[in-house]
Design a protein around this ligand. Structure first.
Ligand code: URA
Ligand code: CA
Length: 433
């Protein structure tokens, strides 16, 4: 087999066999195939696409390019949730203890990564003592005994994806549905998920800026998952404005605590219930979404969800008293209100730009060596569609730096006030095949 023939075949719009896909991906991962040939193949896929069979083969080839986490020692169906990423997305912190409170095993492997705020691990580290550097054995034991544990990324998961993604990044081939879908799904499958709930974000703060693109990606990922024996479904949710009120690590932990008590922001609560209901059904703990939703609301109301969060924190070395009293979480030195300059209705809160404002305060990383300020961030007081009076606070800046003038300027440029506005729809679509 020769790489040049595989490239030519895809360039001409023909279907690649399983053997050809494996040859290209494995050869590239090992270093036998050079960057220029893999770039040519990625570009050919970008223009000619892949059919469902090719997409599934590509995904599984990347899964097997490295370690595959074996969660078979954990009883029950392991349902994982994946979000394509947004601004102030606190759902994982809420969902994990919420479904674990219904005895659904949550075995979460998480990373730090780059972005407006930290990854799930960074957020959890706002709780003093919280430790994700646990052994695989401890991890499995905790999930079996307590139904929930989080471990830092270890091992060598999907090296093929890492290498190909880095190449796509510099060859203008990131934005390809078969390549994105296989990249995301390969990581979830390698991390051991039996079933997968996808939260595909759409709008300014999302990777997919339009509903049409988000829908295409969602369908592609759901198809791949179901084809390779992992029950998969997707929710397309709004990310034109940030989710919830809090954007920042400690702030989001406090927001998650409030939401687990049933006192969280309306949009975060609703998205959590929608995604959580799907997880409960996939885990076969309820027959219908309505039944699942009622079960989730019950553990929010009776305190079991919050108690599960506290148990999880203590299990992993964290200070449980911070869950009882979130004012013990890291606090910023300065709290600065940003008043509205006119009266009207909030018509836009541009999610990605507000995310950048939080990052400038230190809530997220621009490069992997940046150190996160866990206390820094923004707390919105208004969402799109809300009325506002001149002088009323739009949001509070939490900062350890005194000079926040650049952040204030960015906020004013990206929160728009108009004569009328309506709240955006939160759930755009649910995709089950
Ligand atoms: N995120 C991923 O993990 N992979 C892609 O290809 C794009 C976004
Ligand atoms: Ca939030």
């Amino acid at each position: 087999m020769r790489m040049v023939d595989i490239i030519g075949k895809k360039r001409d719009g023909l279907e690649l066999s399983t053997a050809e896909i494996n040859f290209a991906i494995n050869g590239y991962t090992k270093g036998d195939i050079p960057d220029y040939q893999m770039s040519a193949l990625a570009m050919a896929i970008y223009f000619q696409d892949m059919n469902d069979r090719e997409r599934a083969d590509l995904t599984m080839c990347m899964v097997h390019s490295g370690d595959v986490i074996d969660l078979s020692a954990i009883a029950g169906i392991k349902v994982d949730k994946h979000s394509t990423g947004g601004v102030g997305d606190t759902t994982t912190l809420v969902l994990a203890p919420l479904v674990a409170a219904l005895d659904i095993p949550v075995a979460k492997m998480s990373g730090r990564g780059l972005g407006h705020t930290g990854g799930t691990i960074d957020k959890l580290e706002a709780i003093a003592g919280f430790n994700v550097e646990i052994s695989n054995k401890q991890f499995i034991e905790l999930v079996n005994s307590s139904k929930i544990a989080v471990i830092g990324q270890s091992g060598d998961l999907t090296p093929a994806d890492k290498k190909i993604y880095a190449l796509r990044d510099v060859t203008a081939t990131v934005n390809s549905i078969p390549l994105i879908a296989s990249s995301i799904m390969s990581k979830k499958i390698a991390a051991g998920a039996d079933a997968i709930v996808l939260d595909v974000k759409t709008g300014a703060g999302a990777f997919m800026k339009t509903d049409a693109m988000a829908e295409q990606l969602a369908h592609a990922m759901v198809k791949i998952g179901n084809q390779v024996g992992r029950s998969t479904m997707a929710v397309i949710s709004d990310m034109s404005q940030p989710l919830g009120f809090a954007i920042g690590n400690a702030l989001e932990v406090a927001e998650a605590i409030a939401t687990l008590k049933g006192e969280g922001p309306e949009d975060l609560t609703e998205l959590t219930l929608v995604l959580g209901s799907q997880m409960v059904v996939l885990a076969k703990k309820a027959d219908t979404l309505e039944q699942a939703r009622a079960m989730l609301k019950e553990v929010m109301a009776n305190g079991k969800a919050l108690a599960k969060f506290k148990e999880f924190v203590i299990n992993q070395g964290g200070d449980g008293s911070m869950i009882d009293d979130p004012s013990k979480l890291p606090q910023a030195k300065y709290k600065i209100e940003v008043p509205a300059q006119e009266s009207g209705f909030i018509s836009q809160i541009v999610a990605d730009e507000i995310g950048v404002a939080a990052m400038i305060l230190g809530a997220g990383r621009a490069t992997k060596d940046d150190i996160i300020d866990l206390a820094a961030g923004l707390m919105l007081h208004k969402k799109v569609g809300d009325s506002v009076k001149i002088g009323e606070s739009l949001l509070t800046i939490y900062s350890n730096k005194e000079d926040v003038s650049a952040v204030v300027a960015r906020i004013y440029a990206n929160i728009k006030i108009a004569n009328h506005a309506t709240a955006p729809k939160l759930i755009h679509k649910v995709i089950i095949d």
